[in-house]
Design a protein around this ligand. Structure first.
Ligand code: HMG
Ligand code: MG
Length: 284
């Protein structure tokens, strides 16, 4: 039997959050619908964060109401706090992503709170996501390198993972926010993590600033990781990570997975249509 890899398409959120030109709600809807038609198993549609912090996604409610939802696709929204979680629930999400970091400075710049402060927000959200039976994935940004502090030690990542697991998080996505992790760095940290926890808990979220992401996800696949975040056309970056480029492209991840004999469920021709569409909007 062919083993599946679940690709988490983050282009509509991570991709579009850092594109300075305005993208219309209708264009976002069309892009997300094309991703659904391509068979993406999970799409991170948008974020319910402060529109003052990320004005690009200020139409999150409108986008969420307009998109076509397919029963075979998980639609996820990124939320930073209880206001965001409540809004996600009101907008028909059964899956949300929360986020924190292994670096204190990045956490402060991205969320106006320390890592401990992020966990206080998670504690505040916890009863509601339990009561509503939501699926919750969590990002840990800057698992290898922080744009402000430089190299991050494994012990900082391990501490955040343990605290997330104590909260009952369903999946933890390990972020190379600035794309500076080398394959050796990735292998080193994954070996430590997987000595302690089951591989099924983890996803990789690699930005591709220095073109190491393909090799890095190959290492992840090699150690058993079966959930990979990516964005169509490799668009995006984080507005609070200066210099960071987009995620590894979904087209590249699909190609690597299919070459290695994994099943992604994604139709590559239809995916290319989605990629061409959003790139034509961004460049127009
Ligand atoms: P704050 O200013 O400390 O928030 O920001 P606050 O609680 O003091 O509230 C200030 C105002 O924001 C209030 O409104 C709140 O109602 C409002 P006012 O009274 O001034 O009119 N507010 C909200 N509005 C809408 N939705 C909300 C919300 N919360 C408060 N959820 C906050 C704290 C967390 C809100 C802010 O820092 C924020 O929104 N940060 C998000 C930044 C962000 O989205 N970054 C990019 C995503 S993370 C990423 O890209 C990394 C990742 O891809 C992984 C990787 O690559 O490493 C995931
Ligand atoms: Mg990211």
């Amino acid at each position: 039997m062919i083993e599946p890899v679940r690709i988490v398409e983050v282009g509509p959120r991570d991709g579009l959050q850092s594109i300075s030109q305005p993208i219309s709600t209708e264009n976002k809807k069309t892009y997300i619908d094309l991703l659904t038609e391509a068979g993406c198993p999970e799409i991170e549609v948008t974020s319910f964060v402060s529109p003052k912090w990320v004005p690009q996604l200020a139409d999150a409610k409108e986008v969420s109401a307009l998109i076509k939802r397919d029963d075979d696709t998980i639609y996820t929204a990124l939320v930073p706090n209880k206001i965001g979680l409540e809004t996600a629930i009101d907008n028909q999400y059964q899956s949300v992503a929360i986020f924190t970091a292994a670096s204190e400075t990045f956490s402060q710049k991205n969320t106006n709170a320390s890592i401990k402060g992020n966990f206080e927000r998670f504690e505040d959200m916890h009863p509601l996501w339990k009561e509503t039976n939501l699926r919750v994935r969590a990002y840990i940004s800057t698992c290898w390198v922080c744009p402000y502090e430089g190299d991050i030690g494994a012990e900082a990542v391990i501490k955040v993972i343990q605290d997330l697991i104590d909260l009952g998080i369903h999946e933890i996505s390990l972020g190379d926010t600035v794309g500076k992790a080398t394959p050796d760095d990735v292998e080193y940290l994954l070996n430590i993590i997987l000595d302690n926890w089951p591989v099924e808990l983890f996803a990789l979220h690699m930005h591709d600033t220095y073109k190491m992401a393909a090799e890095n996800i190959t290492i992840g696949l090699g150690v058993g990781i079966r959930a990979i975040d990516s964005s169509t056309g490799g668009i995006g970056g984080c507005p609070y990570a200066p210099g960071a480029k987009g995620n590894i492209s979904t087209e590249t991840v699909v190609r690597i997975c299919h070459e290695q004999g994994f099943d992604t469920g994604i139709n590559i021709d239809k995916l290319k249509l989605a990629g061409t569409y959003i790139q034509s909007i961004i460049q127009s």
